[in-house]
Design a binder for this molecule. Structure first.
Ligand code: SAM
Ligand code: SF4
Ligand code: SF4
Length: 371
């Protein structure tokens, strides 16, 4: 019988209790971290489960039938999520992205969307409310999500060739169903739609041009993401990363592009327009070009741990405050103090950091805190 290697350290255990500071940090919408970066974007993971097993995110060997997902009682309820999100909005958050795991697996998600859609920014405006999904359930859910107040969706799709796509999601899921999901989202008015493609050199880089040709002129913005060293289970290697500069060069040979200015500070994608005016694409160069300098994103895990960086090894436990009777003012102070102490900039430091040893603290998995 072959022996399976199970990771010994569960990164979810690394957490520190969030505490209410002696000095109140009132929400003014002007919060800055230790490097002067504001807090604008909150990504909320609503489940740690997924119906795909993308090898770069939830490899089958680790996320198998014995994997211990969080029990339902550990998950923040919709009311708890909405309460925390309201406090974040008071601190200056303008954008909320629901993610996972696969967010559409969370039962009755449209109820949460409805609650979040009622929140307002410090300027009294609705929040920019969006969701990242693998698209597998969109044909069923797009209309209800739109009716609940969701503005847009980002769909992940790693190729158009059915064989390549089925191998990437590793559960034999057909590409046609994701394409149907994208169409359903478009028909429901969940746009402008973005499509995210993670590029793994040697695995799906032959899909770059077919994907670009397919979405060019449709109003859908295709974004190519460099395969990242998130988590500790995907066996990441630098030689499987296709640098965005090289990807742009490959595209340019067939589809001339011109660079566009960023629309907002802290934007992760570098934008390019087709020279013939038929739309735009983006590249997210998380590995070759760090964008930590204006990173304004916080991440809330499914069970209420606050992460300050995608590559964090430790979360701040907000759930014990939420369930321990903390007032909104106390919760705001705790979150404010945590953000004020933030100095994370992993991507900038990546090259000078020692490689992960597998001992001690492990980086948190993307399926746990979301992308
Ligand atoms: N299940 C949903 C989905 O796939 O869209 C939402 C969660 S998923 C973790 C969010 C995004 O992270 C997806 O676009 C996915 O492709 C991306 N992602 C996951 N692992 C990655 C990695 N190692 N490098 C780059 N992007 C990754
Ligand atoms: Fe699931 Fe999304 Fe991770 Fe793929 S990237 S395994 S769809 S959570
Ligand atoms: Fe932000 Fe961390 Fe990514 Fe840098 S590495 S951009 S700080 S999430």
């Amino acid at each position: 019988m072959s022996e399976r290697v199970i990771p010994l350290i569960d990164q979810r255990l690394h957490r520190r209790a969030a505490t209410v500071p002696a000095q109140a940090v009132a929400p003014t919408g002007l919060l800055g971290d230790a490097l002067g970066r504001p807090l604008r974007d909150l990504r909320i993971s609503v489940t740690d489960r997924c119906n795909f097993r993308c090898s770069y995110c939830m490899p089958k060997e680790v996320f198998d039938k014995d994997y211990q997902y969080l029990p339902h009682g550990a998950l923040l309820s919709f009311e708890e999520i909405t309460r925390v999100a309201r406090v974040f909005a008071a601190h200056g958050v303008q954008k909320i992205r629901l993610t996972g795991g696969e967010p559409l697996l969370r039962k009755n998600l449209e109820i949460l969307v409805e609650q979040l859609a009622a929140l307002r920014t410090t300027e009294g405006l609705p929040l920019d409310l969006t969701l990242t999904t693998n698209g597998s359930l969109l044909t069923r859910k797009a209309k209800a999500l739109k009716a609940a107040g969701l503005q847009r969706v980002t769909v992940s799709l790693d190729g158009l060739d059915d064989t390549v796509f089925r191998a990437m999601n590793d559960v034999d899921f057909p590409v046609a169903e994701v394409l149907a999901g994208i169409e359903a989202a478009q028909a429901a008015g969940l746009g402008p739609i973005k499509v995210n493609m993670v590029v793994k050199k040697g695995t799906n880089d032959d899909q770059i041009l077919p994907m670009a040709r397919h979405f060019k002129g449709t109003g859908i913005v295709l974004r190519f993401i460099e395969y990242m060293d998130v988590g500790a289970t995907n066996g990441w290697r630098m030689d499987e990363v296709l640098p965005s500069a090289e990807l742009i060069e490959r595209l340019q040979r067939e589809l001339p592009l011109v660079p566009l200015d960023p629309t907002a500070p802290g934007e992760t994608a570098e934008r390019w327009a087709y020279a013939d005016g038929s739309g735009e694409i983006g590249v997210i160069s998380s590995v070759t070009q760090a964008f930590c300098g204006d990173c304004n994103r916080a991440r809330l895990s499914t069970e209420g741990q606050l992460y300050l960086c995608l590559f964090a090894t430790e979360g701040h436990d907000l759930r014990h405050l939420i369930r321990g009777g903390a007032s909104d003012a106390e919760l705001a102070s705790a979150i404010g103090a945590i953000w004020q102490g933030r100095d994370d900039r992993y991507s900038q430091l990546r090259a000078s950091l020692p490689p992960e040893t597998g001992e001690g603290k492990r980086r948190v998995e993307m399926s746990y805190i979301g992308g």
